[in-house]
Design a protein around this ligand. Structure first.
Ligand code: EPU
Length: 337
């Protein structure tokens, strides 16, 4: 285990922002992780996974622990289901492909989500009608201050829409080292209700889809709308879709009768932030090296050498404009560092 100094994090965050880490350690075993947590007590730590859900607006003074714990295995199975364990540093999509190749169902709708498996529970990743919590069994963690292991069950994680206990009360207290999912071996529960999946399967001429077909459909949809972080820096959805009261929605509908929306509960309505941002005129807008993606207004992009500060200023301008026009607050989904 080597502690490196003054390392650029440009290749370790999908926004491709050139912030620096004062000290940086590549963590490949749990033993290394425990050792560094125990020996560097004077330091504060910054846990880095796939770097796909953060905007670095400054250099990192803390010691960056880059979690590269690898390995995927089935730890238990019956005729109907398998418990699959992925170590934190596995790339999420490669994990999905591993599962599909073993005909394990439940993660196909979440194909191509950027990031690592260890960070997936923190924001309860989701796409096309499925969230991680729907297949999550448990995760193993290390307590940062005591170095003790602790297992969190699905219930312990207190999952919500892009939320979990790891973003709330336990923020900065535990490091997720592996995640277990419960996936089906047969009688897969296909989730194709989402409009875009239905029409993509139709255009592929598939009437009786397998889990691999659904994955293909999701990959096609994502590639048509979302920029590839390897080509254009981005962090997926920058904002969460706001959930507003029925009363506030009625007001919105008065001015915008065609506002898209989903009913969340009797009194709560979710409005797509992408639509609010597009209606506010930001879709496809470019300011120097950064801007708003032209096919999905929820995604902010770095065309090359933008700084985290540039992108954060744009995010604030978008939030202020959306609030002024619609009286709706949109929160960032991405962590601002
Ligand atoms: N819309 C617009 N303009 C835009 C983008 C969207 O008007 O520029 C409208 C669409 O027409 C549609 C609605 O907004 O009526 C919803 O759009 P879409 O289906 O693309 O989904 P989303 O709400 O924008 C969410 C997730 C995505 C996930 C998709 C599919 C959040 C914050 N985002 O986006 O997650 O892939 O649904 O399930 O919940 C991510 O978190 O990084 C991410 C990409």
């Amino acid at each position: 285990m080597t502690i490196q100094e003054n390392i650029s994090l440009k290749n370790y965050n999908t926004f491709g922002v050139d912030a620096k880490a004062n000290t940086y350690v590549d963590i490949v075993t749990i033993e290394d992780l425990k050792t560094v947590l125990k020996s560097e007590t004077s330091k504060s730590f910054f846990i880095l996974g796939g770097g796909s859900n953060m905007l670095l607006t400054k250099d990192i003074d803390a010691m960056v622990l880059h979690l590269n714990l690898k390995g995927i295995s089935i730890t238990y199975e019956t005729d109907d289901y398998a418990i699959v364990k992925g170590n934190a540093g596995e790339n999420w999509h490669e994990f999905v492909v591993w599962c599909l190749n073993k005909n394990l169902g439940g993660v196909e709708n979440m194909s191509l989500i950027p990031g690592n498996i260890g960070t997936a529970p923190i924001q309860n990743i989701g796409a096309y009608g499925i969230e991680l919590k729907d297949v999550f069994h448990s995760c193993e963690t290390i307590n940062i201050s005591t170095q003790e292991k602790k297992t969190f069950s699905n219930e312990d994680c207190n999952f919500g829409y892009r939320e979990s206990v790891f973003k709330q009360t336990l923020k900065g207290k535990y490091i997720i080292t592996s995640v277990k999912l419960k996936l089906t071996k047969r009688n897969h529960k296909l989730n194709i209700a989402y409009g875009a999946i239905k029409s993509e399967l139709e255009s592929l001429n598939i009437t009786n889809p397998t889990i691999k077909d659904i994955s293909t459909a999701v990959i096609n949809i994502r590639q048509s709308k979302l920029p590839d972080p390897k080509k254009i820096g981005n962090s997926g959805s920058f904002f969460k879709n706001p959930i507003i009261s029925e009363e506030a929605f009625i007001k919105l509908q008065n001015d915008f009768p065609n506002a898209p929306h989903y009913v969340v509960s009797e009194k709560e309505i979710k409005v797509p932030a992408g639509w609010l941002i597009e209606t506010a005129g930001f879709k496809g807008k470019r300011f120097g090296d950064y801007g708003v993606h032209n096919k999905q207004a929820l995604v902010l992009v770095n065309y090359g050498n933008a700084t985290g500060k540039d992108i954060y200023e744009l995010a604030k301008l978008i939030q202020q404009t959306v609030f002024r026009l619609f009286n709706i607050k949109i929160e960032t989904e991405v962590n601002i560092i």
